[in-house]
Design a protein around this ligand. Structure first.
Ligand code: DC
Length: 229
């Protein structure tokens, strides 16, 4: 592999583990784009809720997904590719608790997963990307150059999620956030199609006692090794 080749870095792990923060640090260092695929599932869920689409009706949600115009534009700092639906940024809408809860329903729909997986492959296929989600190394890019499975204890993830929610102006109460994460872990792990799983060849990093910069440094070391091969 040539040193200059732009790699595909796939990162999976449970809710609240810090994939976005770490992914952006890694992408920034490498001059790659960071893609948060959860944002796409959240965006569609938010739009469906806005439009009164029944979230239990897969064909109605799929019809909406196809009708929308999906665009991915660089964030202000140029590192992340952000989702726009029909020309509107979804960022300020998709972190609300109702959206987080309902997204599990949409993420369990096989046709929606196929549709979004197609968009994700389109964004990443040329390389130079750090993509995070639940099924990136197992399904979206099983041949990714670097595969990371990021984990952390439930307590630590709940703490991080509370900080994230509060910093974006949402209220957060700890037992509620912990239970919501537990429920989302169950949904992600028990989903029939493309559940969260450790991919063959992935490196497991437990971030419970590591800073986000510490995790990013570990990943960058793996990337540099891979670039030498
Ligand atoms: O990473 P996140 O918490 O923003 O993800 C939102 C939801 O989307 C969560 O229920 C898991 C789901 N998801 C998924 O099923 N597959 C992905 N590749 C990314 C997210």
């Amino acid at each position: 592999m040539g040193k200059g080749r732009r790699l595909i870095i796939a990162m999976d792990g449970p809710a609240g583990v810090g994939k976005s923060t770490v992914g952006q640090l890694v992408a920034k260092d490498l001059g790659y784009y960071f893609v948060n695929t959860g944002e796409m599932y959240r965006a569609l869920t938010w739009k469906a809720m806005e439009e009164g689409v029944d979230l239990k009706d897969e064909s109605a949600v799929m019809a909406l997904a196809k009708r929308l115009s999906w665009e991915f534009k660089p964030s202000e700092n140029g590192t992340a590719l952000k989702t726009f639906l029909d020309g509107e940024s979804v960022s300020s809408h998709i972190r609300a608790e109702e959206v987080s809860r309902s997204t599990s329903l949409v993420a369990a729909m096989p046709s929606i997963r196929r549709f979004l997986c197609g968009l994700q492959r389109g964004l990443g296929k040329a390389g130079g990307v750090v993509m995070e989600g639940r099924d990136i190394a197992t399904h979206v890019f099983p041949n990714a150059d670097v595969k990371i499975y990021l984990d952390a204890s439930l307590e630590e993830r709940a703490k991080r999620r509370i900080r994230q929610l509060r910093s974006s102006g949402h209220s957060a109460e700890s037992a509620g956030v912990r239970n919501a994460i537990l429920q989302r872990d169950r949904n992600d792990l028990e989903r029939k199609i493309n559940p969260l799983a450790y991919a063959a060849g992935a490196t497991l990093i437990d971030s419970t006692r590591l800073s986000m910069h510490g995790v990013a440094r570990k990943i960058l070391k793996i990337v540099k090794e891979r670039q030498k091969q």
